[in-house]
Design a protein around this ligand. Structure first.
Ligand SMILES: *Cc1c(COP(=O)(O)O)cnc(C)c1O
Ligand code: SF4
Length: 358
């Protein structure tokens, strides 16, 4: 039986001809598509959200290759090997990336519902420079032998593009390991292919009280949230899956107060809880998406903290080989004496608060 989500994947918009049926391309977009040796594309659903005429459209910029990708001044060569801490003494299967004692990232699939131009895994997912073997059973075996791991983050590529049977196998196997207390899934599909959240998938992921699932998606601009997204997230949440967002700070897409505030407010209207705002990682060929590091903290200071509900606040982090490092705005404590703190709010007003000795 054909399912809508499979049709979306089989009919991906990944050629110039198909793209030209949807939007009017600029000469430079055409040249990038014709000359760059890179995988690109997305679902017809997500492509339909692109602006027909505006090359600055935030969705176009995430989907369509750019000639800027040829430049690489700041990106690291072999970025993913560094980032995922693969060159260490601990022997681990390729599917296991480790930076922390109690949790790991478990990579199970290489394909995506969109080949994001800013992807930090682009060497693996988009450009295929890096070959890794994602043997699921080998990964599960490693996890079952490491009792200190209590939290498994299933990632990719996009793990929800696997068949229902494979997803059920992975989830059921993890739930059967006594030391696994929670499972996480990183997937862009609620945004780029909400049709994937089917009745069967809800049954596979939901319905358990123990070993809960937290799904973090990636949504970078308010334009990406539609009625279909809202419905898919409602379906996930009502079947017991918690849904969060990990946005990437992207120059020219969401690096302004208006876009960042609207994004985080709109996520909440779709029941998606903001989790992280990532600095755009130094993978090769994506310099043009990167802002100065301070930008994310400034946007939280000027657009989010105090300007809207605390529920809409992501934590701004830099992802590194030694873990994620928070870089939050630091204007709150203006002064401190033995008796008191002087604190500042988002409007620049000051207040005093007692300093309690230990
Ligand atoms: C991001 C990441 C995690 C999860 O980190 P949290 O801060 O707990 O969300 C775990 N392992 C690796 C290798 C990661 O990159
Ligand atoms: S969905 Fe994730 S892994 Fe896939 S291309 Fe986008 S950022 Fe990379």
């Amino acid at each position: 039986m054909s399912e809508e989500w499979k049709d979306q994947i089989n009919n991906q918009i990944n050629t110039l001809e198909k793209l030209e049926e949807i939007i009017n391309l600029t000469d430079s977009e055409k040249e990038a598509i014709n000359t760059l040796d890179t995988r690109w594309g997305t679902t017809p659903y997500f492509a339909s959200l692109m602006d027909k005429d505006d090359p600055e459209c935030p969705i176009r910029k995430q989907v369509i290759p750019s000639l800027e990708e040829k430049h690489n001044k700041y990106g690291m060569h072999d970025y993913l090997v560094w980032k995922e801490n693969r060159a260490t003494d601990e022997v681990r299967p390729d599917s296991i990336a480790r930076q922390y004692k109690d949790r790991i990232a478990f990579t199970v699939f290489k394909k995506c519902g969109i080949y994001c131009r800013h992807c930090f895994r682009k060497e693996l997912v988009v450009d295929h420079d890096l070959e890794l073997d994602f043997n699921i059973d080998e990964g599960l075996e490693w996890i079952s032998q490491h009792e200190e791991i209590r939290d498994v983050l299933i990632t990719g590529g996009d793990p929800l593009l696997l068949s229902d049977d494979k997803i059920e196998y992975i989830i059921a196997s993890l739930r059967a390991i006594p030391h696994i207390e929670m499972i996480r899934i990183g997937s862009r599909l609620p945004i780029v292919l909400p049709q994937r959240i089917t009745e069967d998938l809800k049954r596979i992921l939901g319905g358990y009280h123990d070993v809960p699932i937290w799904l973090n998606t990636q949504c970078n601009h308010p334009k990406e949230i539609t009625e279909k997204t809202k419905r898919a997230v409602y379906d996930l949440v009502s079947s017991g899956v918690n849904v969060g967002n990990q946005a990437v700070l992207l120059k020219g897409i969401n690096d302004d107060v208006k876009a960042i505030r609207e994004l985080h407010q709109k996520l909440l209207t779709a029941r998606i809880r903001p989790y992280y705002l990532f600095y755009c990682e130094p993978a090769p060929g994506i310099d043009h998406f990167r802002t100065p590091v301070e930008k994310g903290a400034e946007l939280i200071r000027d657009g989010l903290r105090g300007h809207t509900t605390g529920l809409a606040q992501p934590m701004y982090v830099i992802a590194t080989n030694i873990g994620k490092i928070p870089l939050m705005p630091d204007y709150y404590i203006m002064d401190k004496t033995d008796e008191k703190y002087i604190l500042k709010n988002h409007r620049g007003e000051l207040t005093e608060f007692p300093n309690i000795p230990e």
